[in-house]
Design a protein around this ligand. Sequence first.
Ligand code: GLA
Length: 528
Amino acid sequence: MSLSRRLASAAAAFALAATGLVLAQPEAVALENGLARTPPMGFNNWNSTQCKADFNEAMIKGIADIFVEKGLKDVGYSYVNIDDCWALPSRNSSGALVPDPARFPNGIKSLADYVHSKGLKFGIYTSAGTKTCNTAGFPGGLGHEQQDANTFASWGVDYLKYDNCNNQGVDAQQRYKAMRDALAKTGRPIVYSLCEWGKTDPKVWTWGAPVGNLWRTTGDISDKWSSMIGKAQANRVLSQYAGPGHWNDPDMLEVGNGGMTATEYRTHFSLWAMMSAPLLIGSDLRKVSDDNFSILRNADVIALDQDTAGKQATVLSSNAGLVVYSKVLANGDRAVALSNETAATATISTSASATGIGSASSYTLKDLWTKSSRTTSGTISASVPSHATVLYRVSKSGTGNTVRYEAESGTLSAGGTIDSNHAGFSGTGFANGANAIGSYVEWTVSSSGPASLSFGYANGTAAARPVDISVNGTVVASGVTFPATGAWTTWSAVSRSLTLAAGTTTIRLTATSADGPANLDYVDVTTG
Ligand code: GLA
């Protein structure tokens, strides 16, 4: 073996070792109860009432009414959820939870029936401990998982928030899996919200996907700027863990509770949508102003949150409180948030190419708050007031459209990782597929018609790395070679032309040699 080949294979071995030791993660297997394919939207009373007396049947029914009357249901809000303090402090003689008759004189089933009669869904709360979090000490689910799950199912519950107080030091995964299994046994589809706050190691986002539909990543939010932006800062670095059916939850919305300015509430709502966070309204809608309704009903912003690709935004740059977020959208567009966390107006800038949207002669920037649109040849920049966020939907407006799908937006078979240890890639990393026959990288693309596909890759070994290319599960090109590029930092491209059907299409590259696929950086899909 020549020196250069020995060095190349040593580098490959080192890359693998590094992957195995540092970057390997078990493949995220989602809970797959079929629920929460987009982040849950709805209401929860906690942020406005806590356990005060105005948390009662009249309030919850009133919220359900307003969801319908004020068009919130029409823009996607569906879950009407109740939080702590709905129960009596003691179970009944059969060990069952009992609704507090002062707050809920007709019980929970009748309330759930009312919510369902409006075409909405109903959610409830308890804790993965012996008691809930309130100091009055309402009974928790630890050791009562199946009985409580059965009670909830019999009442018609569609969503369970499962808190973490009074957990007696029992392992979090054990506690949260026990309720997951109990819910599954009821046979009723119930969205499962893990409220563990990212408290213990290993962190809930590393094990939450097969356990729950969403998991709190932070402690409790409060209705002030410092709290809200702190939650965003903690949550925005966790985008790799979110996806359809399994979401990061930086806590419920404070919009309308009065402790922040309208500008700050727009930032709150913008960032939650960018981060694919649950949008659970936390204000008493019977009392909030029209300004707040117009924030909560902004359909363009909600569309970012509910985008079917389910990609949480990543941070493109963060410079002394001036933060640029970018979110990949299912139709190839990008959402860009220019967010100013500082006390003074500032210009915040990025570019279309930094978002990975791909080249076009021009781009349309639609401001999702002012609704005005403008065209740019590439620069995305705005003067952003203190605590404001300018939110754009970026789309191509030139001809000969090329949409870039980064490998980090794709799906990898078991053992594959997104790495960044060989420079020169685009976006934030490249796919390092497992070294095995059958190992694959898959993209979901939304272009249609005759298309030219260009796969960016590097192959630092001496041997070509062949793959089969399949479209929607059918192999359309066998043994397509990805020749050696000379080094893992030397990137090249392999192109193929094919015709894509309307709607979304999966494109999978499956290795046909034991070396696995080359390191894959992106696929550019050019149509028109
Ligand atoms: C914890 C949770 C909150 C709320 C309260 C209720 O603090 O994190 O969201 O449910 O308990 O007591």
